[in-house]
Design a protein around this ligand. Structure first.
Ligand code: SF4
Ligand code: SF4
Length: 259
């Protein structure tokens, strides 16, 4: 996710799409470049991507992170990036690519869903807003098809509305990490590990919330508390609120310390 100042919106590669601006695109198995885009990618996974993928594969979030991702902390960054690990073959194909296409298609990550549109985030009155850039790679023949979309109609076609909503909620928290919040403990300390767990490893976070003193120390908004046992999205939202409180001291309506 790229954070920008709104004034720099025109400097980002690709065509910045306004609300009703159209772009041409269609992708289908008969196209000459079919599957070419699913290899050798720097594919960033967001917390909601991990929930969808681990549930699609029927594995825990911890197993998913260990098996399918690289977790990297880049210099100058204060929260790790999670990248989908490409297969160790000559073409570095996506681990979910088959001859017939994507085997996790209904649960494919946000980046794949938005493609050939890329997103950037800027803050307006403290709230994250998404910008959309049409940016297919040159080899993508889909851009020559006479099928026309706007940002909204493409989002609807790709079932991306809820993904975008979760991206905005995640962007709000990730944006707080533009400054180093870890102090002497550093980005590999216990607090940082807990914060990572809270958003990227919801199954371990659930166990932590339900089996530690968490619920006796924190007041959780009632409707959220009812859902956290079985609902991964509710748990992720609790995790986001917990990071705000634990790392940045920001109280929300979802979570506050008990007196
Ligand atoms: S390169 Fe473009 S048209 Fe070809 S398969 Fe990928 S998205 Fe579809
Ligand atoms: S998850 Fe699916 S759509 Fe995304 S790169 Fe992998 S195979 Fe392609």
């Amino acid at each position: 996710m790229r954070y920008i100042d709104e004034k720099d919106a025109g400097q980002i590669p690709g065509r910045l799409l306004s609300e009703n601006e159209q772009f041409a695109f269609a992708c289908h198995p008969g196209i000459s470049c079919f599957n070419q885009c699913c290899r050798n990618l720097n594919l960033y996974l967001y917390p909601y991507d991990v929930i969808r993928l681990k549930n699609c594969l029927g594995i825990s979030s911890g197993t998913f992170i260990d098996t399918y991702t690289h977790v990297v902390l880049r210099e100058g960054s204060f929260f790790p990036h999670v990248l989908l690990a490409m297969a160790e073959n000559g073409e570095k194909t996506c681990p979910f690519l088959t001859d017939e296409g994507c085997r996790v298609y209904p649960d494919r990550p946000q980046t794949c869903r938005a493609f050939p549109v890329e997103q950037a985030v800027y803050f307006e009155a403290g709230k994250p807003r998404l910008l959309h850039y049409f940016r297919p790679p040159e080899f993508c023949r889909g851009q020559a098809e006479a099928c026309y979309w706007t940002v909204k109609s493409w989002e609807a076609d790709q079932n991306a509305g809820f993904y975008n909503q979760m991206t905005v909620e995640w962007a709000e928290v990730l944006g707080l990490f533009s400054q180093d919040p870890w102090g002497e403990e550093g980005p590999y300390g216990q607090k940082a590990k807990m914060a990572f767990m809270a958003v990227y490893n919801v199954d371990d976070f659930r166990q932590f919330v339900l089996e530690s003193s968490f619920l006796s120390r924190f007041k959780v908004k009632p409707d959220l508390r009812l859902k956290i046992k079985n609902d991964d999205v509710a748990l992720l939202r609790l995790g986001l609120a917990w990071i705000k409180l634990m790392v940045f001291g920001i109280r929300t309506t979802q979570l506050s310390p008990k007196k």
